[in-house]
Design a protein around this ligand. Structure first.
Ligand code: DX5
Ligand code: ZN
Length: 220
């Protein structure tokens, strides 16, 4: 199984984003958290910033929208060149329509589930989406502890995807470290977002390498 590490720039230096993104060129993508002060309390950045990130990043740009009304705003992130656009099912009025509208721009579309959101009602959407994000923290901030109790839902999601031979990636986001990545991997995740464990201490490239070693430590 090929595993992907997507550092989250939420824990990077926001006034030096170009340099911060250059430090993670060994990653498989850069995860960009868009927060609107409505769906979550925090505010981060929006489409102007993402447009520049797309221009300067050497790795694919993975946009995680923590915003209200993704039906209206999500496709715009595909139009400006995001590789993948993830929106929260809790915020969408028309999940299927929003997936298709993102894909119509040429971007991959992903659906995110908050910790309190059950996976089963969204099974039909797994057939359409390019990725399913199981949040392992409450969305809204970096640096929170990994919610191990999400592993049951992760099992449910990963098992459904495997049993139906779906191409959707299974992403986890929140509290991913060298200690928790192998746990999430064992429960079926293949794409790992890591913010503070990449950027908050030490060298980001070395931290990415350590996450890859942790991932391979569990290789059967
Ligand atoms: C949380 C964000 C995450 C965040 C992860 O709402 O979606 O992407 O940056 O940060 P860590 O890895 O520090 O939990
Ligand atoms: Zn995120």
């Amino acid at each position: 199984m090929s595993l992907r590490i997507y550092p989250s720039i939420l824990s990077a230096d926001f006034v030096n984003l170009e340099a911060e993104i250059a430090r993670i060129s060994s990653a498989d993508g850069v995860h960009c958290d868009v927060m609107d002060n409505h769906f979550v309390e925090a505010i981060s950045f929006g489409p102007q910033t993402i447009r520049r990130i797309v221009q300067v990043s050497s790795v694919p740009v993975d946009v995680h929208l923590m915003i209200e009304n993704p039906d209206k705003f999500a496709p715009g992130y595909g139009e400006i060149g995001a590789h993948s656009v993830t929106f929260h099912v809790e915020a969408a009025k028309d999940v299927e329509g929003t997936i298709r509208a993102i894909q119509d721009t040429g971007a991959r579309a992903a659906i995110a589930l908050k910790p309190g959101t059950a996976a089963e009602p969204y099974f039909p959407m797994f057939h359409l989406a390019d990725m399913v994000l199981v949040m392992t923290v409450e969305p809204g901030a970096g640096g929170q502890p990994f919610l191990r109790e999400m592993m049951t839902k992760l099992d449910t999601v990963a098992t459904y995807v495997a049993d139906h031979n779906l191409s959707a990636l299974v992403q986890v986001d929140g509290g991913i470290t060298v200690d928790t990545l192998p746990i999430a991997r064992a429960h079926g995740a293949d794409t790992f977002v890591a913010g503070s464990s990449v950027y908050s201490a030490g060298n980001p490239a070395e931290n990415i390498a350590a996450l890859r070693v942790a991932a391979n430590d569990t290789e059967e």
